[in-house]
Design a binder for this molecule. Structure first.
Ligand code: AMP
Length: 450
């Protein structure tokens, strides 16, 4: 299958060629023709599946072919996203895909001055990518009119609800024209999401590219049990012993992030951090430095868990397990993207056993467990199993059923040392390059770096 066969026009095909996209991914193959026909969409698609192009390409084409010239302070398509980082990223994708089209795009999020965003909107823009809070600010200050709106995209709708945007979203929905095309993307489907979809979508086409609530298949997951007070020591030990060269590391609190960052920097390791206490420019800078390879370790709270596209990330470490089980899926989705294989390691202490049980229930598998010599926990982590059970006594000699590989005590080095930690080759059926047209990618980076 080719992008041309999906009905995309020449300027879009030219942009895709420049980005070295040869074959549509499954979500693109399903979404593009449906959106071009004007259908509403309800899509269960994780980041890393190519979903952004799945909605951006057909919307750009429709905006070019249908509807009026955009009026002052008006927008014709609105893309709502949960975080500022994702807003930047999705906007960069629209710009890259629409580079040969005479359409105007803008991005708006909080934490930065509103005035430049107002100025940009004055002439009207065809596509606005925004977070819900700042969008409402702009609307309330009359910087924005919705009368020309043709299409609404809710990207990572589950995350928007998790972040407490339900009220803002309702206010936005009430202000939008009823006649419009609506596309809803979510990685997980709670009752609240289903209700939202029911109220917003008309006869939607349902697309499901990865089974619901499952972790990306290309990610090798395991955990090491350890006492809470020895987590940092274990982390530094594993880093040295396994020659980790690059990783995204998640900690539960902002304080935890800064402490771990301090330890890494004390050891002369190039690292930076992202969390909600940092001003937006500093967060973006940390992300850019990580993407550019200027720092090798990025330590983050869950603010960074969703949507960030960091190509060829070899390793995600959950220094702490997330409180919300769905965040586990999103965190580990930062590796194994676009078909590259990745590894996700969690350091788990006895206090976290309920969180672990909830995660295993959500992903429907028991995460392979290890102990590291010299770090065997004094407070043992009870055995867990999908279904939320915490098994009091580990069954002996039977080992727990594991997702992949052999259970039992294996040196982490065995797992990690055999893999190159950086520059995993991107290779996946959904992203196959055309044979005989082996042009190297114009850039290793995603559109945002263009
Ligand atoms: P997304 O899930 O939209 O965040 O996209 C994940 C990554 O895949 C991004 O780096 C995209 O640039 C890349 N990508 C999306 N579609 C394709 C495609 N058809 N071929 C190659 N790369 C793609």
């Amino acid at each position: 299958m080719t992008f041309a066969s999906l009905g995309l026009i020449e300027p879009l095909l030219r942009a895709l060629d420049g980005l070295d996209y040869k074959t549509p991914t499954p979500v693109q193959a399903q979404a593009i023709p449906a959106v071009l026909k004007g259908r509403d969409l309800l899509a269960a698609a994780q980041t890393g599946t190519g979903k952004t192009a799945g909605f951006a390409l057909p919307l750009l084409q429709k905006l070019l072919q249908e509807g009026p010239q955009v009026a002052a302070n008006s927008i014709r398509a609105l893309v709502l996203v949960p975080t500022r980082e994702l807003a930047e990223q999705v906007h960069a994708s629209f710009r890259a895909y629409g580079q040969h089209l005479p359409l105007r795009t803008a991005v708006a999020y909080g934490g930065v001055s509103i005035n430049p965003q107002m100025m940009k909107l004055r002439k009207g823009v065809d596509v606005l990518v925004a977070t819900p809070g700042r969008l409402l600010d702009l609307y309330r200050q009359n910087a924005l009119k919705f009368s020309q709106l043709q299409a609404l995209v809710l990207d990572e709708a589950d995350r928007m609800l998790d972040l407490g945007f339900a009220r803002e979203l309702d206010e936005v929905f009430a202000a939008l024209p009823k006649r419009r095309q609506t596309l809803l993307f979510s990685a997980t489907f709670s009752e609240a999401i289903r209700q939202m979809a029911k109220g917003l979508l008309r006869d939607p086409l349902s697309i499901e590219v990865a089974p619901r609530n499952t972790a990306a298949k290309t990610v090798k997951q395991w955990l090491v049990t350890v006492d809470k007070k020895r987590k940092a020591e274990l982390f530094l030990h594993l880093l040295q012993a396994n020659h980790w060269r690059q990783a995204l590391v998640f900690a539960k609190t902002r304080k935890g992030v800064e402490e771990l960052l301090g330890l890494l920097q004390r050891d002369g390791i190039a690292a930076d951090s992202i969390h909600g206490d940092k001003p937006q420019p500093a967060r973006l800078r940390a992300l850019q430095r990580f993407k550019a390879g200027e720092v090798d370790f990025l330590v983050a709270t869950d603010v960074a868990a969703r949507g960030l596209d960091i190509e060829e990330m070899p390793l995600v470490v959950n220094f702490d397990l997330p409180i919300v089980a769905e965040d586990y899926v999103h965190r580990i989705g930062r590796t194994g993207r676009a078909g590259a294989t990745g590894q996700a390691l969690s350091l788990v202490c006895a206090d976290e056993v309920q969180l672990l049980a909830a995660i295993e229930t959500l992903i429907g598998q028991t995460i392979q467990r290890r102990e590291e010599d010299g770090f065997e926990p004094e407070h043992r982590v009870p055995q867990t199993a999908p279904g939320g059970q915490v098994l009091k006594k580990p069954k002996k000699p039977k080992q727990p059923k594991v997702a992949e590989g052999k259970p039992g005590k294996i040196h982490l080095g065995e797992l990690l040392a055999d893999k190159p930690q950086v520059k995993a080759v991107r290779k996946a059926p959904g992203f196959a390059k055309a044979p005989g047209n082996a042009k190297p990618p114009a850039s290793k980076k995603r559109p945002s770096s263009r």
